[in-house]
Each structure stands twice: as structure tokens, then as C-alpha cells.
Ligand binder design. Structure first.
Ligand SMILES: [Zn+2]
Length: 480
């Protein structure tokens, strides 16, 4: 399995913004290459862009070339993996476990487990009644069991990878266990004239783990060597991805500290939890982030003084795309030799690639707009508007006046209007003045609200103290 696919495997279970994911995967792929190559590869998008700009001499406003092969492959790898149905139950735990396959038997202790138990692992296309028949039971048994639990959610869904265990005595089903995950089991037991259901849920023990490392080769290699899983590396990079470009900014000597949760069941690690705090030092600048869950249960990452780690705008409102033309107010038209400014950033991408609103806001234009073709304009706070042009189609169910969230899809890449090929033309305006979306200073997302401040300060002090004490312990142990 390639690294990209391996990483992509974790996508369905992570809660990362799609934008961050895309940047990360591409970033990770780049930094995986040996250093000499990495340098070349990193400058590749720029090289293509300049070559293209001079080579393509059409009279249209925007230049485009097809998405390059690497990105196409990446995209395919992602799409393939992403369409795999999610693993059942607490998938994040199961995927990370070495032997999630093995049914957990110790869940119910009152009945000894002997040979009379028959285990069936659910495969794709299996039905409940099919498995009953395989176990030697009849359609009547299926009916009696499902009828007995019909007012519950038990047995309404079985997923590939789960296990059904039958205890059959004298052709009679005595007990059925639906082992949904290492943590959840439904036990259906025979009574005198029917069946009763018991749901067993186990809580894993959560422990904290501290890992630190220094970059010698790449974030990916060095973090992996330090003991971080791919998922943790992705999440670490997602937290700092708003401040650090992990494909371009990383230098030898950069370092990181991370405290995260590990979940244990019967003394065995069954999965990873959340990153509680993390630090990344990039070229001498140290960024610190901590996870805060507010009183309503919503979690996000903040600096120790309560600023959001996120920005109010995505730098790039599209995944699986490559810059094909940059913002340039002095662009000389290749054919006409006159100055024809390019007041936006172009992203070459396949027709149909989703386009996301770069920030929270309200749709103020949605329709044909001259050379822009099908365009959407979103009004944000701070007198900022963003414009998305040449769409093939709009996202269904939206209209002018409707509010959209950062990252919400608003339309799809196309080539409508004055466009030489499928791409997104993206504009960022402040008080009506066009800014370079690649370099404009983006406002932070909302800080910790006043009402949560007291709770936050307490949590932040605890978390930072813990991080510092882990670091001190680590230093002491390496000094010995
Ligand atoms: Zn453009």
C-alpha cells in the first residue's frame, strides 16, 4: 500500500477540514522524497505556472493546463478510499487495532465460552437471515429473535467486520451476541417464551502520551520515527496548517511536542484519541495549540491566550487543484502586449471538482456574470467579499441571501464564461479592492467567547503546565 493510500485510509474517520487534508496529503507526498529531489519537486508548481503563462498565448483572461498526473493519481487514491463504506461501530478504534478482527469474548462473563459457540464474521452482502441459516437456524428463529427486539435498534444493522456469535443447544438458540466493536456488544438471551436484550458498552481507559521530535528529513519521516501514527501526524499538521505550510516552510532543526490520548482496553492499546496540546517550532517561531471543549461540548484548538488556531478564511477554496495563474496587476497580455491585470488566483482542476466558500458569509450573487460565467459572490464580515467564477454548476439548494459556512460547497469547477479550460478563478476583495488571495493577511477565526473564558483559562493553564512538565521530564531523561 502506498503511503498516500495508507494515509487516505484514515480520512473517513478523521474530523479534519477537507482543505487541510488535501494540502497535507500533497505536502506529505512532497516531503517524503529525498532531500535533493524534494527541493525540485517543491518548486514544481511554480515552474509549471511560469512556463504555462508564457507558453499559453490565448487571448482569454485565464490560462489553464490539465491537472498533472501526480495530482490525478492522488485524487484517485483518495476517491477510491473515501468511497469505501465506513467500518462499523467505533471505526477509528477498530482500524488502529492490530487484531480488531478477533471478537471480544470477555464482555459477558456469566456464561462460559465453549465449543458450542459458533462465530460468524459479517462479510459484504451478508444478511441477518443468511447468517442464521449458516448457523443452522431457521427463518422462524430469525423472526422470533428480531420480533423480540423490534422496539430497539438491536440487529437493525450489521456491518462487515462485525461478529455474530450463536450459542445453540438442542437446536435451540440460547444466546446471540452481536459484537459491534471492541466496545459495544448486544447480547440477546433466551427467556422462557421469548428473548431479552442487554447492551454492553465498555469504556476504554484513556491515558496521555507525550512525543517530541526534531525534523531532520521531513515532518512525516521524523514524526513517524518519533512514534506518531499517520493519523496523528495528519492531525498535528492540520492544527498548525493555518500558520505553517508543511510542504514549503519546514526546515531541518524544526521541532515538535505533542500530548495526545491513547485508549486502552484490558491493558492493550486499541486506538488513539485527541491531541490535547501541541507545539511546533518552525524556523525559530514556536506555535502552541491546545484543545478546548466548551460548555456546549464543541471542541476546537486555540492558542494559550484564547485565539483560534484557525483563520476566518481558507487560503485555498478548492482541493485537488493547482495554481495555474497568480494574482498579477501588471500582467502583460501575451498576445495583445497590453497590461491586463489578473485580479484573482486561478486553480486548474477537473470539471465538477467542488468549490468551497472560503469563509462564513452570505451569498450575494449566484448566476451568470459576463466573462466570469457562472459565478458566486459571498459577502463576509469585515467588508470582505469572495468571488468564484467559471462554475459548471451551482450547489443545489442554495440561493442569494443564504448563509454559508467556511468550507461549505457552493458550486463545481467548470469552464463557463471567458475560460480556456476547466478552472476556478477566485477573487478576494477588501472594501471592494482586489487583494492577492495567496498573500493577503487572513483574519483569525473567532477567539474563545467571553462566556467560556473562565473555563478556558483554567483548562489552558492545566494543559500548558502538563505540556511543560512532560518536556522537562523528557529533557531530564535524555540528559542522563
Ligand atoms: Zn483568473
Amino acid at each position: 500500500m502506498s503511503t498516500v493510500q495508507h494515509i487516505a485510509k484514515f480520512f473517513p474517520t478523521t474530523h479534519l477540514a477537507a482543505a487541510a487534508i488535501c494540502t497535507l496529503v500533497i505536502g506529505t507526498t512532497l516531503v517524503l522524497l529525498p532531500e535533493s529531489n524534494a527541493q525540485q519537486t517543491q518548486s514544481l508548481p511554480v515552474t509549471i505556472n511560469e512556463d504555462t503563462a508564457s507558453a499559453v498565448t490565448d487571448i482569454l483572461e485565464d490560462n489553464d493546463i490539465a491537472v498533472n498526473a501526480t495530482q490525478t493519481e492522488l485524487q484517485l487514491a483518495l476517491v477510491e478510499t473515501a468511497t469505501t463504506p465506513p467500518a462499523a461501530g467505533s471505526a477509528d478504534i477498530e482500524q488502529l487495532s492490530d487484531d480488531a478482527d478477533k471478537p471480544v469474548r470477555m464482555v459477558v462473563e456469566n456464561i462460559p465460552l465453549e465449543d458450542e459457540w459458533k462465530d460468524f464474521k459479517v462479510s459484504n452482502g451478508d444478511s441477518l437471515s443468511g447468517i442464521f441459516l449458516k448457523a443452522g437456524l431457521t427463518a422462524t428463529d430469525v423472526y422470533r429473535v428480531t420480533n423480540a427486539v423490534k422496539d430497539t435498534k438491536a440487529l437493525t444493522r450489521i456491518y462487515p467486520g462485525q461478529t455474530l456469535s450463536f450459542l445453540i443447544k438442542n437446536d435451540q438458540l440460547v444466546q446471540l451476541r452481536h459484537i459491534k466493536s471492541q466496545l459495544d456488544t448486544a447480547v440477546i438471551s433466551k427467556t422462557e417464551d421469548s428473548y431479552i436484550l442487554e447492551e454492553h458498552t465498555r469504556k476504554p481507559e484513556t491515558l496521555q502520551r507525550f512525543v517530541n521530535g526534531t525534523i531532520n528529513n521531513s515532518l512525516f519521516l521524523d514524526a513517524q520515527q518519533a512514534g506518531l501514527s499517520n493519523r496523528m501526524i495528519m492531525e498535528l499538521a492540520a492544527i498548525f496548517g493555518w500558520d505553517i505550510d508543511f510542504a514549503l516552510d519546514i526546515r531541518k532543526g524544526d521541532s515538535f511536542n505533542i500530548v495526545y490520548e491513547e485508549k486502552f482496553l484490558d491493558g492493550k492499546m486499541i486506538g488513539e484519541g485527541n491531541i490535547l496540546s501541541a507545539q511546533f517550532t518552525n524556523r525559530g517561531d514556536t506555535f502552541t495549540a491546545l484543545r478546548f471543549t466548551d460548555s456546549k461540548g464543541k471542541s476546537s484548538y486555540y492558542t494559550p491566550d484564547g485565539k483560534s488556531m484557525r483563520k476566518a478564511f481558507l487560503r485555498t477554496p478548492i482541493d485537488f487543484a493547482r495554481i495555474s495563474s497568480r494574482f498579477n496587476l501588471k500582467r502583460k497580455h501575451p498576445v495583445l502586449k497590453t497590461t491586463r491585470p489578473h485580479r484573482g488566483t486561478d486553480y486548474a482542476a477537473r470539471t465538477g471538482t467542488p468549490i468551497k466558500s472560503s469563509g462564513d458569509g452570505k451569498i450575494i450573487w449566484r448566476g451568470k456574470k459576463g466573462g466570469y460565467g457562472n459565478a458566486v459572490i459571498v459577502q463576509h464580515g469585515g467588508n470582505i467579499t469572495t468571488l468564484y467564477a467559471h462554475m459548471s454548476k451551482f450547489k443545489k439548494g442554495q440561493r442569494v441571501g443564504k448563509r454559508v459556512k467556511q468550507g461549505q460547497v457552493i458550486g463545481y469547477v467548470g469552464s463557463t464564461g471567458l475560460s480556456s479550460g476547466p478552472h476556478l478563478h477566485y477573487e478576494f476583495r477588501v472594501n471592494g479592492v482586489h487583494k492577492n488571495s495567496q498573500t493577503v493577511k487572513l483574519p483569525q477565526a473567532n477567539p474563545v467567547p467571553k462566556s467560556e473564558r473562565k473555563l478556558f483559562n483554567k483548562v489552558a493553564a492545566d494543559v500548558v503546565a502538563k505540556l511543560e512538565s512532560y518536556k522537562a521530564t523528557q529533557l531530564a531523561s535524555t540528559a542522563n
